[in-house]
Design a protein around this ligand. Structure first.
Ligand code: BF8
Ligand code: SF4
Length: 625
């Protein structure tokens, strides 16, 4: 294999070469050897009952129907619906874990976590109509818990955070009957409706896709972000490092990989525990070194400046360094292959969450009431492994510094200053044309495309054309490695955007955190509408979104909630529809005519940038700016 075809990340390439030399295989090779199933890729098959599985002809999609008579539109819409359901379930269940911790904190049943950001608590509470004036923090917190629980359990009505949705956007949702009631209800209903013989009208199925996805974006994901900020602090920009060079040969190296920040927060406490540090030193280490990967890594990178070792397609490669003494994972995006990889290199690999065990992995369960029991154990095991490191250690010497931690609150402050914090200056700069528009570039990396390349080329093209870029998840890490999260990356921006960046001292690419933190981008959009001058709904804004290297069902849920919120959203790699079908046309054209956003697809980053910029220009024209 030519490993340069697999990735543009130098550290990853180096480790893929090492792994191959060590006789170890990774997802890149498996992807090359396993051609994607063409019928599945087009979503032209159904296995929702035992009269099938049925497969239609994607070259001639209306030539056949399933045994039950299901058409291609029904089959593809149902498959899509189940992706939305799974993606929404992942984010909302993560949000619910945060809410569980919050409930225990509010009721005084947990000692290890507390309300760290009272200001945020008050502002979130006020945003959903809870009285905050002159009230005690704990009283407000109790009310907030009860209100936010409705995001999940409410059976009728509207989820609490609809209070943040611009009026006209909400009217569109109400008109089409897609305002979420509660996430549990929406997910249950979508699973019911996509069962054999229930909803067989693709338009009606797509409505429930929107409703469920909105219960993710303005529901579960938003709860996850807001509660995490309240408990662990709202991010503010800080300089932090990304890449494998932050592993230290003479330290005990521990990586936390996954999504829920409570595990990571307790691990931070454990690696700073003087007793454990002393143990590490007794074992001959200079200290304990903690790094993150994937989304929980992106959260603590933004919140605390903990270095980040790499995104989704680097999780196997990093183990090939031989330097990782322990990897602890919780939920989501954890490749099963990591267990075998860890075995090969003697890395201690731990699952910690009762929802996500992996055959062959050691399970050390994390309980929020005694979180340090788990994290201390992981540290101790890591120290053991350090003492007996089996093989050769090779650490790619790449370290990329950048600025991370742009919460929507900070964007407000940064652009508006302490006393007049607001999105007005951003809107002003969009109206006067220095900034052409705003693009959210987010999502995974995928071994079916060259790692990071589509992200980086797309973002470079956007900023060159004066589009300010906001980022989350694995995409943010790709751009951090490419050096675009430094203020001096403004030289790569067009004149207008560069001028704004230089005046404010900010990079042209703003990292907002993990995938659930896409909710920060939704709030930023709502703020842009609220301060005025750019139309009345999110659909009026000169903004666009992209997930250039997506792979997960969560990405589909995110895409659908951005589309339903009014944003043109372009995906790369592949898309689970057939172009000539009614279902495809609804997603790619029809939804926009109904007042929502719409989907787009392009595998090529330059084409993707052109589509996004054209859309931004179209919106500018409609606004008369
Ligand atoms: O939620 S960007 S590969 S790590 S799914 Fe996964 Fe995709 Fe990365 Fe986080 Ni998001
Ligand atoms: Fe085939 Fe219909 Fe059953 Fe799907 S639901 S497997 S299309 S018979």
């Amino acid at each position: 294999y030519n490993f340069r075809e697999f990735s543009t990340c130098e550290a990853t390439i180096q480790m893929l070469q090492k792994a191959a030399a060590d006789g170890v295989e990774t997802a890149f090779q498996r992807a090359a050897e396993m051609k994607a199933c063409p019928i599945g890729a087009d979503s032209a098959c159904c296995k929702h009952c035992a009269m099938g599985p049925c497969r239609l002809n994607s070259k001639d999609p209306y030539s056949k129907v399933g045994v039950c008579g299901a058409t291609i539109d029904t089959i593809a819409a149902r498959n899509f619906a189940r992706m939305v359901a799974s993606g929404c379930a992942a984010h909302t269940d993560h949000g619910m874990s945060m809410l569980d911790v919050f409930r225990e904190v509010v009721n005084g049943r947990i000692a290890d976590y507390k309300i760290k950001d009272e200001e945020k608590l008050r502002s979130v509470a006020a945003s959903i109509g809870i009285e905050v004036e002159g009230r005690e923090t704990m009283e407000i917190a109790k009310d907030l818990y009860e209100e936010l629980e409705r995001t999940y359990t409410q059976v009728d009505g509207e989820i609490p955070f609809v209070s943040r949705v611009p009026k006209k956007t909400l009217e569109t949702w109400r008109k089409h009957g897609v305002v979420p009631r509660g996430a549990m209800r929406e997910i249950m209903e979508i699973m019911h409706r996509s069962h054999m013989g229930v909803d067989q009208d693709y338009e009606n199925i797509v409505k429930q896709c929107s409703r469920t996805a909105l219960a993710d974006g303005w529901g579960g994901s938003m709860v996850a972000t807001e509660i995490s900020d309240i408990l662990f602090g709202t991010p503010k920009p800080l300089v932090a490092g990304v890449n494998m060079g932050f592993l230290k040969e003479d330290h005990v190296n521990i990586i936390v990989h996954g999504h829920e920040p409570n595990l990571f927060e307790s691990m931070i406490d454990s690696v700073n525990d003087p007793e454990l540090v002393a143990k590490a030193k007794e074992a001959g280490a200079a200290g304990i070194n903690l790094l993150g990967m994937c989304c929980s890594g992106a959260e603590v990178l933004s919140r605390h400046g903990v270095p980040h070792a790499g995104n989704f397609m680097s999780t196997e490669a990093v183990i090939a360094t031989g330097a990782v003494d322990a990897m602890a994972v919780d939920v989501q995006c954890i490749k099963q292959a990591l267990v075998q990889m860890s075995e090969c290199y003697g890395t201690k690999f731990f699952t910690t969450n009762p929802r996500a065990k992996i055959e062959g992995a050691q399970h050390v369960e994390f309980h929020e009431h005694e979180p340090r029991k788990c994290t201390n154990k992981v540290v101790e095991m890591a120290i053991e492994r350090f003492k007996n490191r089996p093989g050769r250690v090779v650490i790619p010497q790449r370290r990329d510094m950048g600025v991370h931690g742009f919460s929507h609150e900070y964007i407000n402050y940064m652009l508006g200053g302490t006393f007049r914090g607001s999105y007005t200056p951003l809107n002003d700069n969009i109206i006067n044309g220095r900034i052409r528009g705003v693009a959210g570039v987010v999502g995974c990396t995928n071994p079916r495309v060259k790692q990071d390349w589509v992200h980086v080329e797309l973002v470079k093209e956007l900023i060159k054309n004066n589009v300010l870029v906001v980022q989350t998840g694995c995409s943010q890490i790709a751009l951090a490695k490419a050096g675009l999260m430094k203020p001096d990356a403004a030289v790569l921006a067009g004149d207008g955007l560069a001028e704004v960046c230089e005046t404010v001292g900010m990079p042209p690419v703003l990292g907002c955190g993990s995938c659930v933190d896409n909710s920060r981008i939704l709030i930023a959009c709502a703020e842009m509408v609220r301060v005025g001058g750019l139309g009345e709904s999110i659909a009026d804004l000169p903004v666009a979104g992209a997930a250039p290297e997506w792979m997960s069902e969560k990405a589909i849920s995110i895409g659908q909630y951005f589309v339903a919120s009014g944003v043109f959203t372009v995906f790369g790699v592949t898309f689970p529809t057939i172009k000539e079908t009614k279902f495809h046309k609804l997603l790619f054209e029809g939804l926009e005519q109904m007042g929502f956003g719409k989907w787009g697809f392009a595998a090529d980053p330059y084409e993707m940038a052109r589509m996004m910029i054209d859309h931004i220009d179209k919106k500018r024209e409609a606004l008369g700016i």
